[in-house]
Design a protein around this ligand. Sequence first.
Ligand SMILES: *[C@@H]1O[C@H](CO)[C@@H](O)[C@H](O)[C@H]1NC(C)=O
Ligand SMILES: *[C@@H]1O[C@H](CO)[C@@H](O)[C@H](O)[C@H]1NC(C)=O
Length: 191
Amino acid sequence: MEKVVPKLFFIALFTFIPLLGHCSSIEENREFDQWFQKLDNSKPKLTRFHFYFHDIVSGYGQTSFVVVPPPKIIRPSTTLFGQVNMFDNPQTKGPELTSGLVGRVQGLYSFASQEELCLLMAMTIVFTSGKHNGSSVTILGRNAVFQSRREFPIVGGTGDFRLARGFASVSSYFINATLGILEYNLMVIHY
Ligand SMILES: *[C@@H]1O[C@H](CO)[C@@H](O)[C@H](O)[C@H]1NC(C)=O
Ligand SMILES: *[C@@H]1O[C@H](CO)[C@@H](O)[C@H](O)[C@H]1NC(C)=O
């Protein structure tokens, strides 16, 4: 089984790479060129977002999974150091899951500290509705989960958020053993 998966993966990779080449048409390249030409005269603007992120770690509708367990180290770790979770979490207008989906937050968090419960977050927020539908921003940063407010850097984006920078201010709205609802305030500077 272990041998079959990488083989299929590489077959898929090499089958699709040439197709991807064909998809990026001349028109698309022209659009990129025009975008860069306009950049000289574009002023950066600030867009703010407020939404909730649902991290469901077990049970029905689970969205976040342990993909790498913590390594067996000599000193027992209470901080889960080394564990990696992969997630595809819903992002909603209000704190209830039914309050309206505005996007998905996809990525991973890994337990990055041997001293405290602290995560490395690497994730993309892709908007699936509204005027930024299809555009995304990427976050990479440290998450000291017990601090009441955490700050993550926005390191880039796509679509409406090309060359974006900014930060996210994050606090826990609700946490129990199976569910985390996080409140996100995003300040995105883009063109
Ligand atoms: C967002 O964009 C996708 C892809 O273009 C489209 O299928 C979808 O209907 C759009 N969603 C909304 C809510 O406009
Ligand atoms: C956590 O809270 C959710 C929502 O209230 C609930 O459905 C779930 O059963 C709770 N989990 C635990 C372990 O208490």
